[in-house]
Write a protein that binds this ligand. Structure first.
Ligand SMILES: O=C(O)[C@H](O)[C@@H](O)[C@H](O)[C@H](O)COP(=O)(O)O
Length: 260
């Protein structure tokens, strides 16, 4: 697993623009070398800000949108089309504006789908979909995502892995249901840390003062059960994309970044 690298931007707008440009480059590179790319966007303000910045970026036309797979890191377990669903917000921010192949847009199940309100069954069916997409060259029951993005919560949660809750302790399953999440809505579906760590690159997005403590804790050697963001690492690269406010409490040894 890779050691986190930090990139600190002046403000959240610049952070979103730079991350969008970086994402375009990674997708184009992956498509050039493997013919296709896979990306896991994240919900939340920072994740949607990045997607909106990508939509506004003229270089987005360099992406072959028909050869891009999209998977989700977590989802709020609500009815299809609910404005609070991460996929609904992603559609508004970017997905409706680009020519994706609908078969490659792997939204997590909704609470009015084939599994009804059974969140565990919904999680299991998403795990099966991931397993079907994993090839022999992948490292287990999920495809090797090129870039998996995660927003970081003020309590250090990522995806719907909240400190100390059972989902963050999962070591076998790739997708689990979550009940009683402290961030509404309480019922959610999430990738687990083993699934997240199958990604080639994991990018953590944190902007704003309310993220400063979380970033400092997660980057100072905290355990992943207490600080789930600390356990989110990519196989080849782990990148923390921050703005100056979110970076303001980092230990001096990390900020300015010690690593390139
Ligand atoms: O359902 C959600 O909201 C998320 O997937 C969650 O993990 C989010 O990414 C963080 O809470 C950060 O959100 P912000 O970027 O809005 O702070």
């Amino acid at each position: 697993m890779s050691t986190p690298q930090l990139v600190v931007h002046r403000d959240k707008e610049l952070m979103a623009q730079a991350a969008a440009a970086r994402l375009i480059t990674r997708i184009v590179d992956a498509q050039a070398s493997r013919g296709h790319a896979s990306v896991v966007p994240t919900g939340g303000r920072n994740g949607n800000g990045l997607l909106a910045a990508l939509a506004a970026e003229p270089a987005r036309d360099a992406v072959d949108w028909g050869r891009l797979d999209l998977w989700w890191g977590d989802e709020r377990f609500l009815p299809e089309g609910d404005p609070e669903r991460n996929v609904t917000q992603a559609r508004e921010a970017l997905l409706d504006a680009v020519p994706l192949d609908p078969k490659r847009v792997h939204a997590m199940p909704a609470s009015d789908g084939p599994h009804g309100t059974d969140v565990e069954a919904a999680a299991e069916s998403y795990a099966e979909e991931l397993a079907r997409a994993a090839g022999p060259e992948n490292h287990g029951a999920v495809p090797t995502f090129d870039v998996l993005m995660l927003g970081v919560g003020p309590d250090t949660h990522v995806a719907s892995l909240f400190p100390e809750l059972p989902a963050v302790r999962e070591t076998e399953r790739t997708v689990v249901g979550v009940r009683g999440a402290p961030k509404p809505p309480p019922t959610r579906v999430t990738l687990t840390l083993p699934a997240i760590r199958a990604a080639r690159e994991v990018w953590l997005l944190a902007a704003g003062e309310d993220k400063a403590r979380a970033a400092a804790i997660a980057l100072s050697g905290a355990g992943e059960i207490q600080a789930p963001a600390a356990g989110a690492r990519g196989r080849a690269r782990t990148l923390w994309l921050l703005d100056t406010a979110a970076a303001s409490q980092l230990p001096r040894s990390l900020y300015p970044p010690a690593s390139p």
